[in-house]
Design a protein around this ligand. Structure first.
Ligand code: 26W
Length: 755
C-alpha cells in the first residue's frame, strides 16, 4: 500500500477512512487532486495557446485526474482496504455538462492532450450554472429540466480576478474561475471559466424557461439558451461577448505580465477560435489594442497573426450570422471595428459572398474569421476538402495558404484507460505499457490477429462490458436487455442529418420481417442515446417514434426475443463511458458530406466495435485504415449527395411510392399498433416529413443500409472469432485517432507553442 498517500487521505478526511462517509472521501480526494495538480504547474516560456470555446464538455473529473496523476490504482486499493469503493464515490460527483456534443467534447480532449504533451495551453469559456438540460421521457416524449451542477465544492475555484465587460452600454464584472487540467504524467494547465456574481438561479421557472430580460441575472444561467426567439438569440450574443471580452483581457494581461509589449502579441499568444461562437474576440482584441495606442492597420496584423479558426460544420444554418441591429444593441463598441474590417476585406476582393456585413445588413462571423485569422482548418480530410471545393471555395481561392486539415482525435486516457479497464489491462499484457503514452503502439496488436486465445479474450471482455451495461440500464431505467444479443449503438446529438430516422426505419422493417416469419441471424439490442434541441420538433418526434416502437416490440412475444430497442435517458459523458465499451456495432450513418468528422466513431472503434457507416467525416479515414473487411460501408457518396443537392431533383415521395419496403416501413408509423403505443400528432408529423421533405435523403440509402446491417449481423452470428478479429484490427488501427496526434499537428502547423 502507498502509505504516504494513505496518510494524506486520512489527514484530509480528519478521520479513519473506514469511518468517513463517501462524501467526506470525495471532498478529501478533491483536495488531494487540487494539491497534487498544483505541483505540476509550470512557468510558461514562449508562445502559449488560448483555446476559446463556448463549450467544454469535460465530464466527471475525479477518475480522470487520478489516472493522469498516476494514483488511480493506489487510491482504489487504499479505499478497498477500508471497505470503500471508488466507483461509489465517483457517483457523487456531478457531471458538468458544459457542451452539446462533439465540439465541446473535442475541446475537453484537446485540453487533456495539451497538458499530457507538456504544451502550455489553457481553455477559455463560460461557467454556465446549468449545462445542457437534463433529459427525461415523460409520456414518451422528451422533457427538459435544468441541470444545476454547481456544488459548493467544485473543481472550478473562484478567484479574485475580475474584468469589466461592457454589455449594452453597462459595465458588468466578469469573475474568473480556474479549473486545473491535469496531463497524463504531464503538466497542469487551466480551464478559465467566466461568470457574473449577480446570476440568479431562482429565475428558472417552468422546466428550462426563465426570464430572458435581465442579463445581469441570467447571462450564464444556461448553455445555449433556446435561440428560437429573438430574446434567446440576443442572450447568445451577450454570452459570447462576455466570454471573449473577459478572455481577451486575460490574455493581454498574462502576456504583459510575461514582458510582452503587445506589438509582439503573436510571439506570446496563439488563440484558437473554436467554431464561430468566439469570433468576436477578433474585433475585441483590435479594439483593446487600439485603446493602447496601436494603429488600426497594425492591430489587424497582430490579431491575424495571433488567431486561427476551426470550422466544425458545413450545415449553413450552424454558421452564425447576426442581424446588424442585434450587435448594435449588445456590443455597440465593436461595430465601428467590424465596419472597418468589412471595408478592409472589400479592398481584397469584390466577391460579395465573402463580405462580413452583407447588403441586407447581416454580419457573417465565419467570414470575419477567415479574413482575419492566419489559419482556417476543417476537422477531417473529407470535411476540409468539401470546405475547399464547395462551402468555402470563394475563400479558398482568395487564401489557399490559410486552409489546412486537422483530423479530430480523442483522449485515450478517458476513452480507453478510464472507461475500459479490462481491455486496457489485456492490451498491456499483450504489447506492454508503451501504448499508454504512444497510441501508435496499438498496432503491435496486429501480431495477435490470428491468435484464437487472444480473440476469445477480447470476446470475453466485450461480454463482461455488455453485462455491466445491462446492469446499469436495469438500475437506471428498469430495462432488462439480453447480453447475448448483438449490441448496436447510435449515440450522438439528435439531428436529421445524423439520421436516427434511418435506424428507426430499419428497426420497423426488422420488426415487420420477424412478424412475417423471417427472423434475423442474431438477436439485436439497438441502443440510442441522444438529446434533441428543445425547439427542434422533428428531432423530438424521432425520439418519440423510437420509444413508441420499443413499446410495440417489447409487448410482442414473437418479436421481443429477437429485437429490443432502448433509449437511454439523459445521454452524457458518464453514460457514454458505460455504453461505448459494450458496443458491437457502431452506427455512424449520417448523410455523406454532412458530418464534419464525428468523434464517437473513434471512441467506439478504440473499444473494439465495428463501424456500420457512410463514407462521411472521419469514417472515411477509419475505413482507409482498417480496410474493407473490418468496416461496413454503405450509401451514397458525398459527391452523389452534393450533386443531388445541386440539381435539386430529390423527391422523397417518388422513393416512397416506388419502393414497397420503404413504403411499408414509413406507413407503419401510422399503423394502429404505433398509434396505440404513441401519439398520433408526433407520428403523423414524422410520416409526413419523411414522405414530403426528407432533407437528409434517408430514403435513397435505406436499402443499402438494410443489406449492410444484415450482413454485419450474419457475420457476427456465424463466426465469433472472425468478428473478434475485426474488433482487434479496429483497436490496433485506432492510434491515429488519438487527440495527442491531433494536438501535435495543430502545434506543428499553427501554434508553435513554447517557441
Ligand atoms: C448555432 C450554434 C451551434 C451550432 C452547432 C452550436 C453548436 C453546434 C454543434 C453542436 C457543433 C458541433 O458539435 N459540431 C461537431 O463538431 C465535432 C468536433 O469537430 C465534429 O466531430 C462533428 O462532426 C460536428 O457535428
Amino acid at each position: 500500500m502507498n502509505k504516504e498517500l494513505y496518510r494524506k487521505l486520512t489527514g484530509l478526511c480528519e478521520k479513519p477512512l473506514a469511518q468517513a462517509s463517501n462524501r467526506d472521501i470525495y471532498l478529501a480526494l478533491l483536495d488531494l487532486v487540487q494539491d497534487l495538480s498544483q505541483k505540476n504547474e509550470k512557468p510558461v516560456t514562449g508562445r502559449k495557446l488560448y483555446y476559446i470555446s463556448a463549450e467544454f464538455l469535460i465530464g466527471k473529473l475525479l477518475s480522470n485526474n487520478l489516472i493522469n496523476l498516476g494514483i488511480y490504482d493506489d487510491v482504489r486499493a487504499i479505499l478497498q482496504d477500508s471497505g470503500k469503493n471508488l466507483s461509489d464515490i465517483e457517483e457523487l460527483e456531478p457531471e458538468p455538462s458544459l457542451g452539446n456534443g462533439g465540439l465541446g467534447r473535442l475541446a475537453a480532449c484537446f485540453l487533456d492532450s495539451l497538458a499530457t504533451l507538456n504544451l502550455p495551453g489553457d481553455g477559455i469559456g463560460l461557467r454556465y450554472h446549468c449545462g445542457l438540460f437534463r433529459q427525461s421521457f415523460q409520456n414518451d416524449v422528451q422533457n427538459e429540466a435544468p441541470d444545476l451542477w454547481l456544488d459548493e465544492h467544485s473543481w472550478a475555484e473562484k478567484t479574485d480576478v475580475v474584468y469589466p465587460v461592457l454589455l449594452a452600454g453597462k459595465t458588468c464584472s466578469a469573475r474568473l474561475y480556474k479549473l486545473n487540467v491535469t496531463g497524463y504524467h504531464g503538466r497542469t494547465n487551466h480551464l478559465n471559466l467566466f461568470d457574473l456574481d449577480t446570476i440568479d438561479e431562482s429565475l428558472i421557472t417552468d422546466g428550462i424557461s426563465f426570464d430572458k430580460s435581465d442579463i445581469e441575472k441570467n447571462l450564464t444561467l444556461f448553455l445555449y439558451p433556446d435561440d428560437s426567439d429573438d430574446a434567446g438569440r440576443l442572450l447568445r450574443i451577450y454570452q459570447q461577448y462576455l466570454m471573449v471580452s473577459a478572455g481577451a483581457q486575460l490574455i493581454l494581461s498574462e502576456c504583459e505580465a510575461r514582458g510582452c509589449d503587445l506589438h509582439n502579441l503573436a510571439d506570446y499568444a496563439a488563440i484558437q477560435i473554436n467554431d464561430t461562437h468566439p469570433s468576436m474576440v477578433i474585433p475585441e482584441l483590435i479594439r483593446l489594442l487600439g485603446e493602447k495606442g496601436i494603429p488600426f492597420e497594425e492591430t489587424v496584423q497582430i490579431v491575424t497573426d495571433t488567431c486561427a479558426y476551426t470550422n466544425h460544420t458545413i450545415l449553413s444554418e450552424a454558421l452564425e450570422k447576426w442581424p446588424r441591429h442585434f450587435l448594435d444593441q449588445v456590443v455597440p463598441q465593436l461595430m465601428p471595428v467590424i465596419e472597418k474590417l468589412d471595408c478592409l476585406a472589400r479592398t481584397r476582393t469584390d466577391d460579395e459572398s465573402t463580405a462580413i456585413i452583407d447588403c441586407r445588413n447581416v454580419v457573417h462571423m465565419a467570414n470575419m474569421d477567415i479574413h482575419f485569422t492566419h489559419s482556417t482548418n476543417g476537422v477531417a480530410a473529407l470535411h476540409t476538402q468539401i470546405l475547399k471545393d464547395s462551402e468555402l471555395a470563394n475563400f479558398y481561392r482568395l487564401y489557399p495558404e490559410k486552409f489546412n486539415n486537422k483530423t479530430n482525435g480523442i483522449t485515450f486516457r478517458r476513452w480507453l484507460l478510464e472507461c475500459n479497464p479490462a481491455l486496457t489491462k489485456e492490451i498491456g499484457m499483450l504489447i506492454g505499457p508503451g501504448f499508454r503514452q504512444d497510441a501508435d503502439e496499438l498496432e503491435k496488436l496486429l501480431a495477435f490477429a490470428d491468435d484464437p486465445q487472444v480473440l476469445q479474450k477480447l470476446t470475453d471482455i466485450k461480454k463482461e462490458n455488455k453485462k455491466a451495461l445491462a446492469d446499469w440500464l436495469y438500475q437506471k431505467q428498469g430495462i432488462k436487455i439480453n447480453p447475448d444479443a448483438m449490441f448496436a449503438i447510435q449515440s450522438k446529438r439528435l439531428h436529421e442529418y445524423k439520421r436516427q430516422q434511418l435506424n428507426l426505419l430499419f428497426l420497423i422493417h426488422l420488426y415487420l420481417e420477424i412478424k412475417a416469419g423471417h427472423t434475423p441471424a442474431v438477436p439485436l439490442v439497438s441502443i440510442f442515446g441522444a438529446k434533441a434541441a428543445p425547439a427542434y420538433t422533428i428531432a423530438k418526434d424521432i425520439i418519440h417514434a423510437l420509444i413508441a416502437l420499443s413499446k410495440v416490440v417489447a409487448a410482442d412475444p414473437q418479436a421481443s426475443p429477437w429485437m429490443q430497442i432502448v433509449f437511454v435517458e439523459n445521454y452524457n459523458v458518464t453514460a457514454a463511458e458505460k455504453m461505448i465499451p459494450a458496443c458491437d456495432l457502431s452506427e455512424q450513418i449520417s448523410l455523406a458530406s454532412k458530418e464534419a468528422s464525428g468523434t464517437g466513431n473513434m471512441k467506439f472503434m478504440l473499444n473494439g466495435a465495428v463501424t456500420l457507416g457512410t463514407m462521411d467525416g472521419a469514417n472515411v479515414e477509419i475505413a482507409e485504415r482498417v480496410g474493407n473487411d473490418n468496416i461496413y460501408i454503405f450509401g451514397q457518396s458525398s459527391r452523389q449527395v452534393i450533386n443531388r443537392y445541386a440539381k435539386g431533383d430529390y423527391c422523397a415521395y417518388d422513393w416512397y411510392e416506388s419502393d414497397p419496403n420503404i413504403r411499408r416501413a414509413i406507413d407503419f408509423l401510422c399503423s394502429p399498433q404505433m398509434q396505440k403505443a404513441g401519439h398520433e400528432e408526433n407520428l403523423s408529423r414524422l410520416h409526413n416529413e419523411l414522405i414530403y421533405k426528407d432533407w437528409f435523403q434517408t430514403l435513397p440509402d435505406f436499402n443499402a443500409y438494410l443489406v449492410r446491417k444484415a450482413q454485419a449481423m450474419t457475420d457476427y452470428a456465424q463466426d465469433t472469432a472472425a468478428w473478434s478479429k475485426k474488433a482487434l484490427v479496429n483497436i490496433a488501427k485506432a492510434g491515429f485517432f488519438s487527440s495527442d496526434r491531433t494536438i501535435a499537428e495543430y502545434n506543428r502547423d499553427i501554434w508553435h507553442l513554447g517557441e
